[in-house]
Structure formats: C-alpha cells, structure tokens
Design a protein around this ligand. Structure first.
Ligand code: FES
Length: 120
C-alpha cells in the first residue's frame, strides 16, 4: 500500500492528534471475563459515545489476559486498568476519565503507565 494512502487513513482516524486510547475486551471468541452480551453492550455504547470525540481512540480486543471480573478495559497514556466495565461503568469512564481526565477510582485494579527503557 502506498505510504500516502496510509497517511490519509491514519489522519482520517485522528492518529497524530490523539489524547487517549481505550482497549476493551469484547466480542470474545472464548468469553471468560464476562458474557459476550455484556461485553457487546459496553462496546456498542463506547463506539456510540466516542463518535463525538475524535481525540479518543477505541480498540476492541478479544482478550486482555485478565479473564476475570470483566469486561476488562485499559486506558492509555495513563495505563489505567478497569474491571467490571459494564455499559454503566463505560459511561462513567467516558465522562469522567476519557473526557474529564479523572480516572474512575472504584473500578481500577491496576496501573501501569508505560515506561520504555532508555534508547541505545
Ligand atoms: S476474556 Fe476478557 S480479559 Fe480475557
């Protein structure tokens, strides 16, 4: 694929100007952390809400390897991991964290802002 086509696609997705990125375990091939139905309700709601917020990127993943107390979500750049991310909790994550910048403390189970090793 020509490089300028990739540039156009990434620019149309807002890549280069993103503020946050949320990954959500949903539509799993092997639903372990919650039911597929619950995860899809969260995913559909997340997609609908983020249409109005092009600076926030969303990615659906089939498993984040926690496989307990899901749906599981993780938000970067803060590296905040959320449990029990039902539709109602996703609503709070969108309003309070993704838009408002204040993580939803009662659903956080881990924190890991990425800290790459020094180059060279
Ligand atoms: S199935 Fe959701 S984290 Fe593994």
């Amino acid at each position: 694929m020509p490089q300028d086509k990739l540039h156009k696609i990434s620019a149309s997705l807002g890549i280069g100007k993103l503020q946050r990125h949320i990954f959500l375990c949903a539509d799993q091939s092997d639903a372990k952390c919650c039911s597929r139905k619950t995860s899809l309700e969260s995913w559909d709601y997340l997609k609908m809400r983020l249409k109005e917020h092009p600076g926030i990127f969303r990615t659906k993943v089939h498993c984040l390897r926690i496989c307990e107390d899901g749906p599981i979500a993780v938000v970067y750049p803060e590296g905040i991991w959320y449990k029990l991310a039902s539709r109602e909790v996703i609503q709070r994550i969108v309003d309070e964290h993704l838009i408002g910048g204040r993580p939803v403390e009662e659903f956080i189970f881990a924190r890991d802002p990425l800290n790459p090793p020094p180059a060279g």
